[in-house]
Ligand binder design. Structure first.
Ligand SMILES: *[C@@H]1O[C@H](CO)[C@@H](O)[C@H](O)[C@H]1NC(C)=O
Ligand SMILES: *[C@@H]1O[C@H](CO)[C@@H](O)[C@H](O)[C@H]1NC(C)=O
Ligand SMILES: *[C@@H]1O[C@H](CO)[C@@H](O)[C@H](O)[C@H]1NC(C)=O
Ligand SMILES: *[C@@H]1O[C@H](CO)[C@@H](O)[C@H](O)[C@H]1NC(C)=O
Ligand SMILES: *[C@@H]1O[C@H](CO)[C@@H](O)[C@H](O)[C@H]1NC(C)=O
Ligand SMILES: *[C@@H]1O[C@H](CO)[C@@H](O)[C@H](O)[C@H]1NC(C)=O
Length: 460
């Protein structure tokens, strides 16, 4: 998804009411920045990224009027590293919206943005290809909703076989936003994550954002040839599990009495897989005791919901898992007796991403302690040690069974490392090979009584 790069980015931000929070719950990071940055006309402030990552180089783009958080970035020329990871403190079991923002700006003197991967936890999230947005003078952003499986969450970028040899992955900003338990709770976040495809406020001309949405979701404007109507009454966001902002109900697109309403949404062609879909409606008229607005909802010709009776209080309908493929068409067909035509206020579509395969927590704890004990661990010794497999830590090999990866060998031969080996190494119970020769390790060699699988050991 894309956003303008200049200062008029969040044009719909109103002056803050006294009761509104000044910052969403979460962490807003401006990558490559050395000072705190804020978005003009808002209370949003972004902190520098130094405390979250220990690899990469900072740079500043020379351009007037660029949104401050897009004017700096961090890029990663260090080719030996298999991934470049940020680490965030989170609450285990909490639910988070993570947004990554990219604006190339020709930082490397080139004309085309590099194409690379982004990774969250041990899961490949997506390819980052900002080529088209950049050509259109826009920044790009990606969003995912995940459940935290541990006390830290890693967000990484990595080279892929699509990354040009002379180019470097980069990132402009990362936002890790805390969501409520009830939000999107039909999804099992232990095994799945939701990758945002579209979040739209129909009939709106501006995007809706913080503080109208206290969770800092971005609701993009969507209008087409259909009529736009305004609402007469307001809804209460708290009546909905997903807490859509009240402002998303202020406008709708609508069809007249007895007419069908058809929208091509989300725009573009979708990859054939499973999606989470939720749609939001509110009768925009003044409340009336004897005039209903009833219609049926179909997605690509298949019934999604029959005889939806839309009240002035608002309703939502959703599917936790709906197959979509190619272009998408939503059709709202009025009931013959309905005294008003169909309408729709807002909608969200997320791709369901299998999420949760990761290295056994005990192995991770040992590896993190080993990394802390070394004076100069490899630059990619952050994030999940084993996963994704193409992006495991340098020198680490693993076996994967079901959704759990275990460390089976560790090879840092001639890696130029110094430091000590922690006692906890005895806890890597599936370790077969340990090669640490040709380094400047000091201290004593820990006992390895529990390493029953150990076949090879070179420590000197
Ligand atoms: C990146 O930073 C490192 C030191 O932090 C420096 O040695 C290296 O030259 C920089 N790379 C580029 C491409 O500027
Ligand atoms: C990136 O996107 C552009 C424009 O959509 C496309 O032409 C190009 O093939 C993509 N690059 C890669 C490596 O996928
Ligand atoms: C690129 O890498 C992916 C997996 O990382 C692999 O599936 C694909 O075949 C590779 N493509 C090429 C052209 O090597
Ligand atoms: C989702 O949250 C709502 C509100 O707290 C609750 O009533 C509902 O049972 C929850 N659903 C699931 C599947 O947990
Ligand atoms: C729609 O809901 C109202 C109450 O909210 C009810 O009185 C009415 O009978 C319903 N209409 C239909 C067609 O279900
Ligand atoms: C190995 O892990 C257990 C917990 O699973 C812990 O109690 C023990 O202290 C660890 N051993 C070492 C040497 O750290």
């Amino acid at each position: 998804m894309s956003l303008p790069i200049f200062l008029l980015w969040l044009v719909s931000i109103p002056f803050l009411a006294h009761s509104a929070p000044s910052q969403p719950r979460g962490t807003l990071v401006s990558c490559g920045s050395s000072t705190k940055q804020s978005i003009p006309d808002t209370s949003l402030s972004y902190i520098p990224d130094d405390g979250f990552i220990n690899v990469g180089n900072k740079t500043t783009l020379e351009s007037n009027d660029l949104l401050p958080i897009l004017s700096t970035l961090r890029y990663f020329p260090q080719k030996s590293a298999r991934k470049y990871c940020y680490t965030f403190q989170v609450i285990r079991g909490g639910k988070y919206l993570v947004r990554t923002i990219y604006f190339y700006g020709g930082f490397d003197g080139g004309k085309q943005p590099p194409v690379f991967d982004q990774i969250i936890g041990g899961t490949k999230w997506s390819v980052v290809n900002t080529t088209e947005d950049y050509a259109n003078g826009m920044s790009s952003y990606y969003e995912i909703i995940i459940g935290a499986h541990a006390k830290t969450l890693s967000v990484c970028v990595a080279r892929s076989n699509q990354t040009a040899a002379n180019s470097s992955p980069f990132i402009s900003a990362i936002e890790v936003l805390s969501l409520e338990d009830s939000m999107y709770n039909s999804t099992d976040f232990r095994t799945e994550a939701l990758v945002a495809v579209a979040r739209s406020a129909f009939g709106n001309e501006d995007s809706i954002s913080f503080p109208d949405d206290p969770y800092y979701r971005l609701w993009q404007p969507f209008t087409d040839k259909n009529e736009v109507v305004s609402t007469q009454t307001s809804v209460s966001s708290s009546d909905f599990w997903n807490k859509p902002p009240e402002k998303a109900f202020s406008k709708a697109i609508a069809a007249g009495v007895g007419k069908k309403l058809e929208i091509q949404w989300p725009s573009g062609s979708l990859q054939s897989t499973r999606y989470y879909v939720s749609l939001y409606f509110q009768d925009n008229r003044a409340a009336s005791a004897n005039s209903w607005r009833v219609f049926s909802v179909a997605v690509n010709g298949k019934t999604f919901y029959n005889n939806l009776n839309v009240s002035t209080g608002g309703v939502t309908i959703y599917s936790a898992e709906w197959p979509l493929s190619g272009p998408t068409k939503i059709t709202l067909t009025p009931d013959a007796k309905s005294s008003a035509g169909p309408l729709i206020n807002a909608g969200e579509v997320y791709q369901i991403l299998p999420f949760g395969t990761r290295t056994l927590a005990k192995d991770v704890a040992v590896m993190e302690e080993l990394a802390r004990n070394l004076d100069n661990p490899p630059l990619d010794w952050v994030g999940d040690p084993c996963l994704p497999q193409e992006n495991s830590w340098t020198g680490v090999s693993c076996s994967i069974k079901d959704t759990v990866a275990r460390i089976i060998s560790l090879d840092l031969t001639n890696a130029g490392i110094s430091g000590t080996l922690p006692l906890t190494i005895d806890n890597l119970s599936t370790l077969h090979h340990l090669w640490l020769g040709g380094n400047k390790l000091s201290g004593s060699i820990p006992e390895m009584n529990s390493l029953l699988k150990l076949e090879t050991l070179y420590v000197l």
